[in-house]
Design a binder for this molecule. Structure first.
Ligand code: 5GP
Ligand code: MG
Length: 471
């Protein structure tokens, strides 16, 4: 069973010990806005209790001066959320704050749990009540259920989770930052110039608050931030890593260091590789703003074909991907990107973009280029065709909406009405990152899922002693 409701690709942030923590978390979330534009939230602790403010929209829309002023505390966590339109409502905004037998807790989650549905069913059968449709809420129920355990309740709760999770918990007296044993999503530890410890999805958030990157949170590790500093413990053995390669292709900020590589540098390499795999005679390389820029620079450098901006973005239009109807989406694309006929007309152009998902945006863009008079359009994509849904935190729709699920490259080329089309090979893509190829998840391209998504495990089912706790 797959939890369809919680396909969240998000950003998380946490900071301990700074009197102006809400202010800095706000800045950190602003820097991570690309990880989710649907809702944002901050929870703070004053050492005795928690307070939170969450809302729909961009960070700048959710927080006003007066709201930030009310979030006084010495520590806090924050969240940027992106989900599909269907499950987009204020009740699902994070951090999720609850009172439970152990006190108050707030949690912010980036990733997707594949067994959340099973766990939730188990709890509901035992009378637990849920009030959001996110998979994150089940984590709080797990924590409450393990509260009386003599061991470490958080460590025990985490044993039940399957899937992708970079989690930041705020308790009155500490922050606990957790990365799943596969390391699907990024999570990094840092320190501010004045010595406060922090965690974030991406290093770009540290840059924004003047903090330095210390290290990655290890897969299977819990890092505690508190008045006694930073401490670490393991809750699971690290598994063979399944770091999401799409973070490098599209999702993360180019200036971030993700899984040991700087994203911009990886993307330039992807573009170089693309030029090696599919050279073409052309007048200009034209980047598709903004996602194709770095790869286009790499393609131009490798091929020797000059790079020219022939498509100008309107930077005030955002979020085309989540417009509810196809018509609205197409109109937004036309507004967002404007072709420059004086650059394009009568030219053979190589257009470089990062990915094709549904194909609909790309088709509109290609038509614009034709209208601007392009003589030949050679489209180059810096990752392989996306053929499979993601169950680990990237919002790739079900196969019916993925253009590459049922069409081969030639059929996609016909649909897009371009002269030639090439997608980077899987091997080519994996040669551009520094860690071993088998340490990345590329299931969206290859179908090679690290966990069996059709049969997720609910440990509540499997372990009788666990069941007893809920009777
Ligand atoms: P399509 O032609 O598939 O409709 O759109 C392709 C464009 O969508 C590419 O330029 C790519 O950068 C962008 N894209 C890929 N994945 C995502 C995503 O998860 N969210 C958003 N907003 N855009 C995406
Ligand atoms: Mg794009």
């Amino acid at each position: 069973m797959i939890n369809e409701k919680g396909k969240d690709k998000c950003g998380v942030f946490g900071l301990w010990g700074a009197p102006d923590s809400a202010e800095r978390i706000y800045t950190g979330l602003y820097a991570q806005q690309h990880r989710g534009q649907e809702s944002a939230g901050i929870a703070v602790s004053d050492g005795a209790g928690l307070r939170a403010h969450v809302g729909m929209g961009l960070v700048s829309e959710v927080f006003s001066r007066s709201v930030l002023d009310q979030l006084t505390g010495k520590a806090g966590i924050g969240h940027n959320r992106y989900s599909t339109t269907g499950s987009s409502h204020a009740g699902n905004a994070q951090p999720l704050m609850e009172g439970y037998i152990g006190g108050q807790v707030a949690v912010a989650h980036n990733g997707n749990l594949i067994n959340a549905g099973l766990l939730r069913d188990n709890y509901e059968q035992r009378g637990h009540i849920f009030h959001t449709s996110t998979d994150t809420e089940v984590i709080i129920h797990l924590l409450a259920s393990h509260h009386l355990s003599k061991e470490d309740p958080l460590t025990e709760a985490l044993q039940h989770l399957q899937g992708a999770y970079s989690l930041v918990f705020l308790f009155a007296d500490r922050i606990e930052a957790v990365r799943d044993p596969w390391g699907w999503r990024p999570l990094v530890l840092g320190q501010t110039e004045d010595g406060h410890d922090c965690v974030a999805s991406e290093t770009v958030a540290f840059d924004a608050i003047g903090a330095k990157f210390v290290r990655e949170v290890e897969p299977g590790e819990i890092i505690t931030l508190s008045d006694s500093g930073v401490s670490s413990r393991r809750f699971a053995d690290a598994q063979r890593p399944a770091q999401c390669i799409f973070e490098h292709v599209y999702f993360a900020n180019p200036s971030s260091r993700v899984f040991g590589d700087t994203v911009q540098i990886v993307r330039e390499k992807l573009g170089r590789k693309l030029a090696q795999e599919s050279p073409v005679d052309a007048d200009y390389v034209v980047p598709m703003p903004d996602s194709g820029r770095a790869a286009a620079a790499g393609f131009a450098a490798e091929s020797g074909i000059p790079c020219r901006e022939g498509i100008i973005p309107n930077r005030y239009v955002g979020r085309t991907f989540i417009q509810p109807t196809q018509k609205q989406r197409s109109l937004a694309v036309q507004l967002k990107l404007n072709a420059v006929p004086e650059v394009i007309a009568d030219k053979r152009i190589v257009v470089v973009d990062d990915s094709i998902v549904r194909g609909t945006t790309t088709r509109t863009k290609m038509h614009q280029l034709r209208r601007a008079g392009a003589k030949e359009i050679h489209l180059r994509i810096s990752c392989p065709p996306v053929r499979n849904p993601c169950y680990f935190g990237i919002d790739f729709p079900d196969s019916s909406q993925l253009i590459a699920a049922k069409r081969d490259v030639e059929e996609i080329r016909e649909f897009l009405e371009v002269d030639s089309l090439h997608f980077l090979s899987l091997e080519g893509m994996l040669s551009c990152v520094s860690r071993q190829p088998e340490h990345y998840c590329h299931a969206c391209f290859s179908g090679d899922y690290r966990l069996n998504v059709a049969k997720p495990v609910s440990k509540l089912d499997l372990e009788p002693h666990q069941l007893k706790m809920f009777r």
